[in-house]
Design a protein around this ligand. Structure first.
Ligand code: DGL
Length: 276
């Protein structure tokens, strides 16, 4: 039986990119406790099958629930796109009916639909996110007249993870990936991947001033604040001592250095053991 006591908000990502989302959430909602989990031992998720992404994400959510999180945010777009619906419909109902799991796709889709003026939205993301058509589905649910143009950008995550996000390599890759979208006269562009926040400046420069760029960190933080206002029964379950904990499935120096870059401050990660 699912028992619930007060606990931190869990934030999950396939690696350390979600720390960028957590950074923005902590900035606007510093009063809550947070527990971050990055599955660095098995990252990247972006090119994996839906079946594997679902299994890994369920294991991660299970870990966060075992740590006492009443609410988990899937900061990973690939996990939000490929696993969130199934987790909400099957897994939560069966195992954890009192807890909640939210993703990053719906907040970004809502923001893009609010912002577009010409009803033409571009999305960039991993291969998994793009192939799932989740952004398209969520945008069309909100406004069926909007046209969604997507581009998978498999090189961007490795570029950011190699610390090359300020390099000419990043410029070349971004130009290649954005060209087809810019050719579709989009006026709004969703950065549908945890890592792309670090490329925001470059993307804005290439996209030009007429395109509204949606970065998820800020949007997710805003929507989470609204969600907690609307759901006092969940909000009341969250600990408010300002405590932060960081877990990773593979404790490496890279997690510490790149993680601190994404989080915007030093982090002290601990090793997490996920149940199989
Ligand atoms: N966190 C993933 C996402 O937002 C990017 C990294 C990966 O492919 O695992 O889609």
């Amino acid at each position: 039986m699912d028992k619930i006591a007060k606990g931190p908000i869990g934030v999950f990502d396939s690696g350390f990119g979600g720390l960028e989302i957590l950074r923005q959430i902590v900035k606007s909602l510093p009063q809550y406790d947070y527990l971050y989990l990055g599955d660095t031992a098995r990252t990247p998720y972006g090119s994996r099958s839906q079946e594997v992404i679902l299994k890994f994400t369920e294991q991660a959510v299970d870990f966060l629930f075992q740590q006492g999180c009443p609410l988990v945010i899937l900061a990973c777009n690939t996990a939000s796109a490929e696993a969130l619906r199934k987790i909400q419909q099957d897994y939560l109902r069966k195992h954890y009916p009192l807890r909640r799991v939210l993703g990053v796709v719906i907040p970004a889709a809502e923001e893009a639909v609010e912002k577009t003026k010409n009803a033409r939205i571009g999305v960039i993301g991993t291969e998994g996110t793009v192939a799932s058509l989740t952004f398209q589905r969520e945008v069309l649910k909100l406004n069926p007249r909007v046209k969604v143009f997507q581009e998978a950008c498999p090189l961007l995550v490795p570029i950011v993870e190699a610390g090359e996000h300020n390099s000419v390599v990043a410029d070349l890759a971004l130009k290649k990936y954005l060209k087809p979208l810019l050719g579709q006269s989009i006026d709004t562009l969703i950065l549908g991947c945890t890592h792309y926040g670090l490329l925001e400046k470059k993307i804005k420069k290439i996209a030009g001033p007429k395109i509204k760029v949606i970065t998820e960190g800020r949007v997710v933080a805003e929507k989470l604040a609204l969600y907690l206002k609307r759901h006092p029964e969940i909000e009341g379950q969250i600990k408010k001592t300002g405590h932060r904990q960081f877990f990773t499935t593979d404790l490496t120096c890279k997690f510490q250095t790149l993680g601190s870059l994404f989080f915007g401050g030093p982090i002290k990660p601990q090793k997490a053991q996920l149940a199989d």
